[in-house]
Design a binder for this molecule. Structure first.
Ligand SMILES: C[S@@+](CC[C@H](N)C(=O)[O-])C[C@H]1O[C@@H](n2cnc3c(N)ncnc32)[C@H](O)[C@@H]1O
Length: 218
């Protein structure tokens, strides 16, 4: 079983988790279970919190502003997969704001987030949401026109391999959007490491709240 430095999370002013790397090594299933309980504690401990809090946002306004960064990257419709979708709020936003037609799909390891996506946020697409760790998810033969995810969510120690796996689930000319919501220093290192992946054509979007590195599959 693979192991990597344990990820622990603190929370920035924007409400987004920050990652700190510690030297403790844990088996992968323990890392995942620990990460799940940290997300759960942060997103679902306040039963009166608004839905935006269930994706880590401290306000609806910040959430919408951060999501707007994605819009210009969509030049065609199709099936869009959010790996680490929370309750599906980003997908719902894209569905409502894009002029191209998309079908939303989402994966998240928090069962309550997937339940919320299926029953509240995107109930017309309930069959498209899966409670699973990203690293265990396999869409089979289905291909997507776009996959959205953050490097911070994988527990695969080989990030390049993880990215290539995501690429294999894309249609030709499909897009892989790696994002990070700002509010922390560590995203700068991530952006640099994404740029170093050398995976072909790349577009970078950076706003006050969001950084996205977008690759297009050949
Ligand atoms: C910051 S939220 C983002 C939600 C949504 N994509 C958005 O942009 O608003 C991160 C989500 O990723 C999920 N997540 C993190 N690591 C994961 C993993 N390894 N497998 C599945 N879900 C994961 C968390 O449960 C959380 O709901």
């Amino acid at each position: 079983m693979s192991s990597q430095p344990e990820k622990t999370r603190t929370f920035s002013l924007s409400g987004q988790p920050e990652t700190e790397f510690e030297t403790v090594m844990l088996p992968r299933h323990e890392e995942i279970s620990k990460a799940k309980s940290t997300y759960r504690q942060s997103y679902y401990s306040d039963s009166s919190a608004p839905l935006s809090m269930h994706c880590g946002w401290s306000s609806d306004e910040a959430q919408i502003l951060a999501y707007e960064a994605f819009l210009s990257l969509f030049d065609r419709g199709g099936d869009v997969l959010d790996l680490g979708c929370g309750n599906g709020a980003l997908l719902r936003f894209l569905l409502s704001r894009l002029s191209v037609k998309i079908s939303p799909y989402g994966v998240d390891f928090l069962e309550e987030s997937i339940q919320e996506a299926k029953t509240v946020v995107l109930s017309d697409f309930s069959d498209n949401f899966f409670a699973s760790s990203i690293d265990d998810f396999n869409p089979g033969v289905q291909k997507f026109s776009c996959i959205i995810t953050s490097p911070d969510y994988t527990f695969d120690p080989d990030f390049r391999k993880h990215v290539k796996k995501c690429f294999s689930w894309l249609e030709p000319r499909g897009k892989l959007m790696l994002y990070d919501y700002k509010g922390s220093e560590y995203f700068k290192d991530f952006v640099k490491s994404w740029c170093d992946l050398d995976l072909g054509f790349m577009e970078i979007i950076e706003t006050n709240l969001t950084a996205i590195v977008c690759y297009v599959k050949d």
